[in-house]
Design a protein around this ligand. Sequence first.
Ligand code: G6P
Length: 586
Amino acid sequence: MCSIIGYLGLSTAAPIIVKGLKRMEYRGYDSVGVATFSNNQILVKKGVGNVLEVNKNEKLDELSGTVGIGHTRWATHGEVTNTNAHPHPSSSGEIAIVHNGIIENHEELKKELQQKGYEFKSQTDSEVIANLLQYHYDKVKEIKKALLNTVSELKGNYAFVAVFEDGTLTAARLHEPLIIGIGKDGYFISSDVLGFVEHTDEVIYLDNREFVIINSSGIKIFDFEANPVQHQITKVSKEFADAYKGEYAHFTIKEISEQPTTIPNTANNTRLELDLATDFIKHAKTLYITGSGTSYNAALIAKFLFSKYAKIKIEPIISSEVQFSPDIFEQQSILIALSQSGESADVIEAVTIAKNSGVKIISIVNMMTSSLVQISSIAIGLNCGPEIGVAATKSFTSQLAVLYKMVDKICGGCINLDLSKVSESIQKILSDHSNIQEIARKLKDVSDIYVLGRGIHYPIASEASLKLKELTYIHAEGLPGGELKHGPLALMDSNTYVIMINPNDSTYSDTLTSAREIKVRGAKIIGISDKPSEVYDHWIEIPQVDESVYPFIEIVPVQLLAYYAAIEKDTDPDYPRNLAKSVTVK
Ligand code: G6P
């Protein structure tokens, strides 16, 4: 959730850290802080707001010292306040830490430490790490032992980086990501390669239950049993260099615009895995599919695709719900796990439960270095490049592309899938934003938007409403068209906008009937269709395509609409309030 970073090297640490934090802001951005080691003391600056705001007010990047740590927060324990922002110094100020994850036994540990005289200032679970480290360090006066004793007492999921009073940089990892960058003139430790990719592409992926100690004499890695660990240095893919906005105002519009390229590129990096996966699926006793947020909406599309074209039943389950029905998994079954980040805690938990029931895991992931890939039998890469905007856009259409490719393979090419044609049609939509921008202006003061679709267009309606919620903060709800008269019709009045996902296919006339029923109640209708109708107050034209691939085409205008409505409302489309891209806590 939060992003953490550390640096030790020849350069001044603070500007490097602030830049890295800016790049990882997608992970959480309600408060920011930096601590450095300078002139034998630890200096801390922090504040509430995003990286640019806090840096402007607090001058984080002016801290001196060549060793430092930094953090962007997504609050879980304790409100969004200055005191709760990281880094947290220990009560004596000799150690400071930044933390990502949740320390489950923080209350017990805090009580014990308070009884021993250690003081706490914040309401966070994280501060306990600083004081626990300090307590053990006070006792043994040796960093390695202090770390070992600390990790043996912490319960929960965490990655933390700590700086000690002698300028040593340390970090430990348990079920939260932590990557070490080996630069020419310094070391980096970060939640994501993006935190340091402009400085080095040589990395070490720390495994779970490992910690690292870095000082002027070099780097040492140990496991939680104190054994030294040797790791290969890996070169990260050049695609990470793509994590810049370039000519675009925001990452979100850049990523929406990349879809004509990303869709046909999908899974090109893992063709063999795709073949293997389809073979597994054909022989599975039962097939399940899971994901969170946007990835779950892609799972719902899969249900239609698999039953209609492959004649295979697949059961979608929201990842966070799996723990409440752990017995549903049958032996010799397969769970397809969808996740852009591969780090969503809910998805990892669902997969772990399924694996414990003997289920094989096929994951469809963008971040091929993620935890999900490591625990899957087969991992298929989306190959759509880094997605920085918190609201998923291009990763959604790439997830669809993998699912379409799978189903087309299983049914012997019955979809006649041509993703380059899909790309051309999306390019047409993207070539002129003016109509959508005009409609977005009308949404500025609207309080409720409903999105209706039938059949396979219902999951698209859900995904559309998710984009509107995330980017515009307008209440939005996706509905199956037929359900309108069973309740939601009571909500229709002249202050309401309804988006109809209405391509010219077998759902067309029923959806148009729903539109008419809404229209007579005074609500405004936005029709997304390849066929005009007098019932639409606004018509967003989509190109006519083969009936099977409408979902790709109809989501793009809503992504644009949500983006431009966010611009109209002056909200930040890349970093919506209260959200984070990679939700690594439950
Ligand atoms: C968060 C993001 C959503 C995303 C969901 C699942 O909630 O804000 O945009 O759809 O996580 O993420 P994943 O990386 O597992 O696809």
